[in-house]
Design a binder for this molecule. Structure first.
Ligand SMILES: Nc1ncnc2c1ncn2[C@@H]1O[C@H](COP(=O)(O)OP(=O)(O)O)[C@@H](O)[C@H]1O
Ligand SMILES: [Mg+2]
Length: 235
């Protein structure tokens, strides 16, 4: 973690357990997870399918509550926080990127970035417009603003999703297998873009992935297997 100044962790998970269901059908998706994530980290979360990556991302971003344990996010205890307050925190400090982009198919690229900003409540329409234009430009889509997702390639759709995730300038971006649906070269370009943003803005990135390229270039790789962290190494 060279170059990262010691300060309070942005996210701290302590003795996290998460189970789904009860009795015979009970699944222990997370078991005694302890993890601190510093500001500015570019962290890769790796593990086979079903190992608990998405569950862990959902718990650390307050989308899902752990069965036991504590989640601290920017010095606030998330797991006892009412949903209303959680959604304010998510809207202000978190950006999300998904494997299947999750864009609104009826909206063009500009509106896919613009509308969430307007709904966010922290920006005027004018500010939202300026931000949408700026962030779409910064991901290389200045000339594709009018296109709907169906008229864009997978890589371009993921760039729109990155612009959307960044446009409110969150402290943390959570990406769940962001290159999982892209070919190798496109995935590499998306990785380059996320790394560039991470280095320029010190936005923390937490990325679940199967990609070896991403693992090689992350600050830190955290491995999860059957709901347990098995190996936390620093690059
Ligand atoms: N909503 C749910 N209800 C029941 N089981 C779930 C639910 N979500 C995930 N699981 C189970 O929890 C485990 C971890 O899943 P997940 O976090 O999605 O893994 P990954 O993202 O690494 O593929 C799996 O056994 C999965 O079947
Ligand atoms: Mg998953």
């Amino acid at each position: 973690m060279s170059g990262i100044i010691k300060e309070l962790p942005t996210i701290s998970l302590n003795n996290i357990y998460k189970s789904y269901g009860t009795g015979e059908g009970k699944v222990e998706a997370l078991k005694d997870i302890n993890l601190e994530i510093a500001k500015g980290e570019f962290l890769a979360l790796c593990g086979p399918s079903g190992s608990g990556k998405s569950t862990l991302l959902n718990v650390l971003s307050g989308i899902d509550k752990p069965t036991a344990g504590t989640v601290m996010f920017l010095k606030k205890l998330l797991n006892t926080m009412p949903e209303e307050q959680l959604s304010v925190i998510r809207g202000k400090h978190l950006g999300f990127i998904f494997q299947f982009f999750n864009l609104m198919p009826v909206l063009n690229a500009f509106d896919n970035v613009f509308f969430p900003l307007v709904l966010n409540g922290h920006f005027t329409k004018k500010e939202a417009k300026e931000r949408a234009l700026h962030f779409l430009d910064s991901v290389g889509l200045a000339s594709f603003m009018d296109r709907k997702p169906g008229q864009l390639s997978g890589g371009q759709q993921q760039r729109v999703a990155i612009a959307r995730a960044l446009a409110h300038e969150p402290q943390v971006v959570i990406a769940d297998e962001p290159t999982g649906n892209l070919d190798l070269a496109t995935g590499e370009a998306i990785l380059d873009l996320m790394l560039k943003i991470n280095q320029e803005t010190r936005t923390t990135f937490i990325i679940s992935t199967h990609s070896s390229q991403l693992k090689e270039r992350a600050n830190r790789v955290v491995e999860i297997k059957d709901g347990e962290l098995v190996n936390a190494s620093e690059a």
